[in-house]
Design a protein around this ligand. Structure first.
Ligand code: SAH
Length: 255
């Protein structure tokens, strides 16, 4: 028996124009909207005036709403026949616990639809005018979290460094600011200190800023530049092209 439906929608990295048309339509159809922290107000403003908007993030100084409680609220609304949309930053299935939400909703008998969004790591690098892969510099890309679940050993940075070097991979690190010093130390076990790195904060928003540095100087550069969350840390030779891209007027910078 189906007791309702929830749509998980990727809100993209911040710039409202980077929403997909499908995401926009879902937001406009919603009767209840559950909104994550990293979703900008301009995107929430696409909802109809009658839509009930529930903020479930840390904004306003509150601790973020526990995951189980958010899921319960969504289940209740969906079973009452509401058109429930869960709006998550970036892509719902890249970190941000979208996978867990879907599992729990499906286990409760809900139908779940997921609409992709542009993930922050992709948008952050593009906003600097360089690619994530490049035939000369990077044969692939790894999206990795710098922040593991409590009790979990987390990412094996040493293994990742060795692989990134031998397989020529770009590393795109989410939630890496608070652990940057440790990440830097461990990555240096397998990658040269001169490896180019960029840190991009508030990608695609009017408040976007970035620094470029090297792996050897990463933690110091983050401190000197006062780079804070939400930021993406990108490690790899593709970042060497940032200075070249910035010197050319045809590069389109986001917002
Ligand atoms: N699902 C999201 C990621 C959620 S995890 C996505 O696909 O983008 C939250 C992390 O995403 C932040 O700690 C930060 O590392 C990154 N992030 C989200 N929005 C960002 C932005 N506009 N600029 C830089 N990093 C961002």
């Amino acid at each position: 028996m189906n007791i309702g439906k929830v749509t998980l929608v990727g809100a993209g990295p911040g710039d409202p124009e980077l929403l997909t048309i499908k995401a926009l339509k879902a937001i406009q159809r919603a009767t209840v909207l559950f909104v994550d922290d990293l979703v900008s107000d301009e995107i929430v403003a696409f909802a109809s005036k009658q839509t009930r908007v529930v903020h479930v993030g840390k904004r306003g100084g509150c601790k973020s709403t526990p995951q189980a409680f958010i899921e319960k609220l969504m289940l209740m609304a969906a079973s009452e026949g509401e058109n429930v949309v869960r709006l998550k930053g970036g892509d719902p299935f890249i970190f941000g616990r979208g996978g867990e939400e879907v599992e729990h909703l499906r286990a409760a008998g809900m139908q779940v639809e997921v609409i992709n969004g542009i993930t922050a790591g992709l948008a952050a690098v593009t906003s600097l005018g360089v690619p994530l892969t490049h035939r000369q510099h990077a044969h692939g890309v790894v999206f990795v979290t710098g922040h593991a679940k409590p009790g979990d050993a987390g990412t094996d940075w040493r293994a990742l460094a060795a692989t990134a070097r031998s397989a020529r991979l770009t590393l795109v690190i989410y939630m890496g600011i608070s652990g940057a010093e440790r990440i830097q130390q461990e990555l240096l076990s397998g990658l040269p200190a001169a490896t180019p790195v960029a840190v991009i904060q508030n990608a695609t928003l009017g408040t976007q800023r970035h620094i470029t540095t090297t792996l050897g100087a990463l933690a110091d550069a983050i401190q000197a530049g006062a780079m804070a969350s939400p930021s993406i840390i990108v490690v790899g030779d593709v970042i060497g092209g940032v200075a070249v891209a910035a010197a050319h007027p045809h590069v389109v910078r986001a917002a």
